[in-house]
Design a protein around this ligand. Sequence first.
Ligand code: ADP
Length: 630
Amino acid sequence: MISLFQAARRDGWWDTWVRWMRADLDHPSDFLRQLALGWVVGFIAFGAIGWVCYRLGLNALAGESIFLIMIVLLSLVGSFTMSIVLCLVAVLFIDFFFIAPTLSFGTSNKQDIPALLTFAIASFAITGLVRHVRMLGETQSEQARLLDLTHDTVIVRDMDGVILFWNVGAEEMYGWKKREAMGQIIHGFLKTRFPVSVDDATNTLLHTGRWEGELIHTRRDGTELAIASRWSLQRNGGGRALAILETGNDVTARKQAEQALRRSQATYLAEAQRLSRTGSFGWNVWSGEVVWSEQTFRIFEFETGVVPTLELALQRVHPDDVERFRDTIGHASTHKQDFDFEFRLLFPDGAIKHLHVVAHVMKDEPERLHYAGAVMDVTNTRQAEQQLHHAQSELARVTRVTTLGELSASIAHEVGQPLAAIVTNGEACLRWLEHQPPQPDEVRTGVIRMIGEGRRATEIVRRIRTLARKDTGQKAPLELNDVVNDVVSLTQREVLSHQVPLRVRLAPLLPPVLGDRVQLQQVLINLVMNGIQSMDGITGWPRELSIETGVTPDGEVQLAVRDRGTGIDPRHAERLFDAFFSTKPHGMGMGLSICRSIIDSHGGKIRVFNNDTHGATFECVLPPLAKEIA
Ligand code: ADP
């Protein structure tokens, strides 16, 4: 009771009364209270009404009707339990006032019992109906309250776009009150802009019952909002489209943040592309459409306003590379493959750029083939490589000349020998001419020998000149055995002076290789000189240098230089082929490094291993010419 008075003071008497009747106040036992309340209210109210009707002399039908009206009215404000109790009380008072004997709860006529039962059933049914209608109403008003609670807009419009419902969320978002919005045609009212055409959106809605997309709406104050909108079609029982429920939420801030992020990402990307000299592109093979990044325009040296096309790119491709460019791209796009290749650009002023292009085929749309790729300006790298190559060949030449210097004693001897022979033969010829009688046959023999020796000297000079020549490397088919013979002759004196027995074993019918004769000579000279030097001072076992050629089981051409020297110290094995690695007091440490780069450039391999007994073997393998051509 105390809580009832407090509630009445707080919320007013009527509200409190209604809530109390409906038993939604805090109370330990609602059901019992409703039961008691029903009896009390029923007895007081229905007793009074029954008494008045009885005094007025109304008949049973009129009395029943008045009770029924009272039950309906009280059911509208009271609880279901109380309404049921009221029905029972009403039956009692109808019996008391209107059924004979009156003013008693008994019945004298048995036929009155079905009438009383009919009234009871009718009143129960009406109470149940009232309860159902009330619950429906409550659910609806709860739903409406929820719709107004959400910050999303909820708008219902008919099929002509006339607004039928406009929630508080819509009022807050667009600035128009419900009464202003109702009856307006929605798209004109909100100046809607669609991402697709209105017809497309409506068609999707009619076919699938739903549509989702981002719209632009204009508020009352003229500002534009990006709205994530969801439409759902409401149909009647017969399937006829009745109305469209449109919910939406404001994504303007998110869109602006995304745009700002995209802008800053684009700025970073452009800067990164500029720094890395890498441009990007997209190519839709199906439509021929090409998209270039800013850096790609810069690499191709076109204004950014120009429409990029494959033909535009081809205008810049070096004439010597155009065919390869077309073939590579054509082949990749026909077979839907990625591509990765290098080509050159030739600019009107004669400048050349080296580009490396990689592109990935996008397979998300099988029919509409398109590529995303990157073009890297690798001009600096290629120029540096060319300079490095130039420096390497210059260094190789210098080492060759240095080696020739080391071989000078042998060379002097090689050339000196035929010269001495020429002089000796010339003197003999003179003597035979001065002889009486002169001996022309002897003279002829002498002159023939002189010519032979002269030719030998010429040949030696030729070989030395080729070796010292500033050669940039010309590959031609050659016999490795010939290279061995050249080197044997050039190093003969060195071998002899170090008293190293030389064994040469050349495989007959050796397949030719594609090589640079001078470079391969240089490799062999280096290996022979190293072998000789490794045996200097060896006295404990017999020394021997052997040069062998052969064919490996894989069909590769093999060259091996075996010595019986100190062998390779395992601690040095890894660094042996490194430039400037030397264990010799005056060694340059370039010999083996040059040997390796020469053999590498011939597509071959060089390796070293210690022999079972003494010394080391350097072994080179080169691909045969037939394989190179294939
Ligand atoms: P350099 O001869 O000027 O030292 P190389 O590159 O030709 O330069 O050789 C590097 C090193 O490899 C040599 O200093 C030597 O220690 C080792 N080496 C080369 N050939 C042999 C060999 N046949 N036997 C043992 N060691 C060798």
